[in-house]
Design a protein. Structure first.
Length: 264
């Protein structure tokens, strides 16, 4: 493993939104992440790639502190969202997660209507204005490129949607409170190629409106949708760079071996 991460990433026009600084993490005695440091640019799409078990999802879930409830978890270093250390004792975790929407590997709509799925985060916050909720449903579903397909089915149970539609519904639910960051953990791994293409189109449409960080095993997907890519191996970011350079002119042998299929 290289001792130092190689950086040649694309700068965003609006600067950095997240800084990961010397971040390491342990599950009890097992260390899962090793001294990772990168800057995530506002409004761009950043992909995390690497072989299974290399720490991609662990790092992603650390960004909105979803790992907090795991017994024996500890970490060193900092993760800063707009210069605030997210692990500072004064940070409200619920507020943090509202700023960082999450989309999981498998679609997880709630067993309720399509409309209620979208408005659920707002109702939890006490929003009751029916007109506002209805407008929000339309707006979020349009942003998720789903409105035209289901606008006449809003009271149907969301579990009746196809897998790809369910995942786009989950994206609508994640963005309904207008987060700054959208975290996506293998969002297409359970979908067929057609549904995957729609999710990728959606990511491209959401670029700029949100900062998107996506974990993917699919290197072609990373190449299609991301501006910057971080290659991880054994819990360490080996190289972080502009996606086109990562896949065509990587600067480390380990990255080259991975993107050319010599391991993984």
């Amino acid at each position: 493993m290289e001792d130092k991460t190689v950086y040649h990433f694309q700068k965003g026009p609006e600067g950095t939104i997240i800084e990961i600084d010397g971040f390491s993490l342990w599950y009890s005695e097992k260390q899962a992440l090793f001294d990772n440091s990168i800057s995530v640019e506002r409004g761009l799409v950043t992909a995390l790639i690497g072989p299974s078990g290399c720490g991609k999802s662990t790092l992603l879930r650390s960004l909105n502190r979803m790992n907090d409830l795991i017994d024996g978890l500890r970490h060193t270093g900092e993760i800063r969202l707009e210069e605030t250390n997210i692990f500072h004792r004064d940070v409200d975790v619920i507020s943090l997660r509202k700023r960082m929407g999450m989309v999981f590997q498998k679609p997880n709509p709630f067993p309720m209507s399509i409309a209620d799925n979208v408005t659920y985060p707002l109702k939890i916050d006490g929003v009751r204005d029916k007109r506002l909720l209805a407008d929000t449903v339309e707006s979020a579903l349009k942003k998720a490129a789903l409105w035209d397909e289901i606008k006449d089915r809003l009271q149907d149970n969301a579990l009746g949607l196809s897998g790809g539609q369910q995942q786009r519904l989950c994206i609508a639910r994640a963005i309904v409170a207008d987060p700054e960051v959208l975290l996506m953990d293998e969002p297409c791994s359970a979908l067929d190629p057609l549904a995957t293409a729609k999710i990728e189109d959606l990511i491209n449409e959401l670029r700029g409106r949100y900062t998107i960080i996506i974990v993917t095993h699919n290197m072609q997907q990373a190449a299609r949708v991301s501006d910057n890519t971080a290659f991880m191996y054994l819990g360490k970011i080996i190289e972080y760079g502009e996606t086109s350079k990562i896949f065509t002119k990587p600067e480390t042998k380990k990255t080259l071996d991975y993107v050319t299929g010599r391991f993984g």
